[in-house]
Design a protein around this ligand. Structure first.
Ligand SMILES: *Cc1c(COP(=O)(O)O)cnc(C)c1O
Length: 429
C-alpha cells in the first residue's frame, strides 16, 4: 500500500474523514522535510533557500519549513505577518511585492528585512528611508527583468518584454543607468530575478540567472570592488502534475545552472532561491467526498466539494493546470478497475458555473456517492489559497507525519463554520 493510501486510511480511522466530509487539505510533513533536504543537497553551501509564502501561507507549514532550514519570501504585508507569526527572524525574510507601500518599505528598512526594489519610483522612496535608517541591516537589491521571453503559461511568465515585474534591463540604455545607480549607492548589495513559474523551461530560467550574474560582475568591475554580494535567483522550478514522479528535480536544475552559470557554484556570491511550488505541491493532497453522481449525455459526472473555490487555476485554466485524481471507497480502499468498470468521468466541484470541474472526460473506475476523491499535487497554491475566503467557508487542513505504519495526523487549520463566515461578513452590513 502506498503512503497516500495509508494517509487516507489513517484519516478515516481517526474520524477526520467521514460521511459528512466536504473537503480537506492534507500536508505530508515528512515528505516536505525530504523535499527541503533534496533542495539543500542539490546545491552547494553558498545557497540559501527561502520559501515563497504565497505558495502555502499556513503558519504551521511555514513553521515546519523554518525548522527544516528555509527562509521566507513574502509578497504582501499579510504574508509578512504570517511569516513572523511562524517564527521567521527578520534576517531570514525577503520582501518582494511589486506594490510596496511606504509603510511596507519603512517596516522592512527599520527591522532589517531584506527587500528587492521593483522600479525607480520605489528606489526614490528607499533613498529617503536610507537617510533615516543609515545603519539598516536590510540587504537591498533591484528586481531585474532580463526580458528573455515567455514560458508556456503566459500568466506565470515574468520575464517577458512587457512584464509588470522589475526593472526592464534590455530597454534603451537601462542597463548602464542601473550600473550608475549601483555605483552611487554602496548599500545596493544584491540583484534579483524571478524568471517565472510553472511552464518555464530550465534553460529559460538559467538564462535569466545568467543575465543577473553577468550584470553583477559588470557592476562590481565598474565600481572596482565586490559591492554586489548576493544573487537572488527566484523560484519557478516547474512541477510534474501528470504522475508521482518528481521532475525536474532540484539536482537537474542545479546541473543546468552549473553548466550555464558556473560562477554561482564558486562561493563568490551568496545565492538565494525562492522556491514555492517545487517545495510544496507534491507534498499535499485534497480529499473530497462524492456527494452525488449522474449520467448526462453519456458522461458519468461525480459532484464533489472541491472546485473553483480551492482549485481556482484548474477550474479557470484547465489546460495549463491539469490535476490528477484517484477514487477511494468509503472504507478507504483505492478504487481500481478490478472492483468497478472504468468509464469516462467528469469530476465536478460545488460552484454554480459549468467550468467548475477538477477533471474532464477522464477514464476512472466508476465513482459512486460517498466515495472519496484524492486530488494530487495540491500542496502549493491550492488549499491554502482560497478564491474568496470572506464569503466561502475555508476547508480544514491536516498535517501527517511519521512512518507509513505509524502515521500521526493533526489539524493545522480548522474549517470555518457557516457561523464563522457570517461573523466575518458583519463588517459588510
Ligand atoms: C511566486 C514567486 C516565487 C515562487 O514561484 P514558484 O513557481 O512557486 O517557485 C518566487 N519569487 C517570486 C518573486 C515570486 O513572485
Amino acid at each position: 500500500m502506498t503512503r497516500k493510501q495509508k494517509i487516507i486510511q489513517c484519516a478515516i480511522n481517526t474520524n477526520i474523514i467521514d460521511d459528512n466530509l466536504t473537503a480537506i487539505g492534507i500536508m505530508d510533513l515528512d515528505r516536505l522535510k525530504q523535499t527541503v533536504k533534496d533542495a539543500y543537497d542539490a546545491f552547494p553551501e553558498n545557497f540559501y533557500h527561502t520559501f515563497a509564502v504565497k505558495a502555502n501561507a499556513l503558519v504551521s507549514v511555514l513553521k515546519s519549513l523554518r525548522e527544516y532550514g528555509m527562509g521566507a519570501e513574502v509578497a504582501s504585508p499579510g504574508e509578512l505577518l504570517i511569516a513572523l507569526k511562524a517564527g521567521y527572524s527578520h534576517d531570514s525574510i525577503i520582501f518582494d511585492s511589486p506594490a510596496k507601500t511606504m509603510a511596507d518599505l519603512r517596516t522592512c528598512i527599520k527591522y532589517g528585512i531584506s527587500l528587492n526594489i521593483d522600479n525607480l519610483q520605489e528606489l526614490a522612496r528607499i533613498d529617503a528611508l536610507m537617510l533615516e535608517f543609515p545603519e539598516t541591516k536590510s540587504v537591498i537589491g533591484f528586481r531585474v527583468n532580463p526580458q528573455i521571453g515567455s514560458g508556456k503559461i503566459s500568466s506565470t511568465s515574468t520575464a517577458t518584454a512587457t512584464s509588470k515585474f522589475g526593472y526592464a534591463l534590455a530597454d534603451g540604455n537601462n542597463k548602464q543607468k542601473l550600473i550608475e545607480i549601483y555605483k552611487a549607492r554602496p548599500w545596493l548589495k544584491s540583484i534579483h530575478t524571478h524568471t517565472g513559474s510553472q511552464g518555464c523551461e530550465l534553460t529559460l530560467m538559467a538564462s535569466g540567472v545568467y543575465s543577473i550574474t553577468a550584470l553583477a560582475e559588470e557592476i562590481n568591475s565598474y565600481i572596482g570592488h565586490q559591492q554586489v554580494v548576493r544573487l537572488d535567483i527566484g523560484g519557478g522550478l516547474p512541477v510534474n502534475f501528470i504522475s508521482e514522479e518528481v521532475s525536474p528535480t532540484f539536482k537537474e536544475y542545479a546541473d543546468v545552472l552549473s553548466e550555464k552559470v558556473p560562477l554561482l557554484f564558486t562561493n563568490k556570491y551568496q545565492v538565494k532561491t525562492e522556491f514555492g511550488r517545487a517545495i510544496a505541491a507534491k507534498n499535499g493532497v485534497i480529499v473530497t467526498r462524492v456527494e452525488y453522481t449522474k449520467n448526462s449525455g453519456g458522461r458519468h459526472i461525480a459532484t464533489t466539494h472541491a472546485g473553483a473555490q480551492i482549485l481556482t487555476r484548474t477550474a479557470f485554466l484547465p489546460k495549463s493546470w491539469p490535476l490528477r485524481v484517484t477514487g477511494f471507497l468509503p472504507c478507504g480502499e483505492e478504487k481500481t478497475s478490478i472492483q468497478s468498470e472504468v468509464i469516462p468521468t467528469d469530476v465536478a466541484g460545488p460552484c454554480c458555473f459549468a467550468g467548475d470541474l477538477i477533471c474532464v472526460d477522464q477514464q476512472l473506475p466508476k465513482l459512486e456517492a460517498n466515495d472519496y476523491v484524492m486530488v494530487h499535487d495540491t500542496g502549493g497554491y491550492y488549499f491554502s489559497n482560497h478564491f474568496d475566503y470572506n464569503s466561502l467557508p475555508r476547508i480544514g487542513v491536516y498535517a501527517v507525519s511519521g512512518d507509513d505504519d505509524a502515521l500521526i495526523i493533526k489539524c493545522i487549520r480548522k474549517a470555518d463554520t457557516v457561523e464563522d463566515v457570517l461573523a466575518k461578513m458583519e463588517y459588510r452590513e
